[in-house]
Design a protein around this ligand. Structure first.
Ligand SMILES: [Zn+2]
Length: 108
């Protein structure tokens, strides 16, 4: 209602934005980490093919599939974070251009 409420609300909103950016940064770091592990796995796969270690192939392919799945999940999460606005009152995600929260009606 008064000045201090506005200040408090602005501070909360800023905190949320920072939280959102921190999450995005963390996810990007994770994606890079998984990508470097993937690179190593592709190398391993190449060696296994070259040296004819057929027993290793399916295990390596499974690992690659799992890592690729993780990257897809993280990228989806990134899209979500970039395109959503989190409500300061109830914490639910709303579309980026929403003015009011779809769940509790608070102004975003
Ligand atoms: Zn809400």
């Amino acid at each position: 209602m008064d000045f201090y409420d506005d200040v408090k609300q602005t501070a909360e909103m800023a905190g949320e934005k920072i939280g959102q950016f921190a999450d995005i940064a963390k996810i990007k770091v994770k994606v890079l980490d998984i990508q470097s592990k993937l690179k190593a796995l592709y190398e391993k796969l190449g060696k296994a093919v070259y040296f004819g270690n057929e027993d290793d192939l399916s295990a390596i392919v499974e690992e690659i599939d799992a890592k690729r799945g993780q990257i897809i999940d993280l990228e989806n999460r990134l899209d979500e974070l970039k395109n959503k606005k989190v409500c300061g009152d109830c914490g639910k995600s709303n579309v980026k251009d929403a003015t009011y929260c779809n769940y509790c009606g608070s102004r975003l």
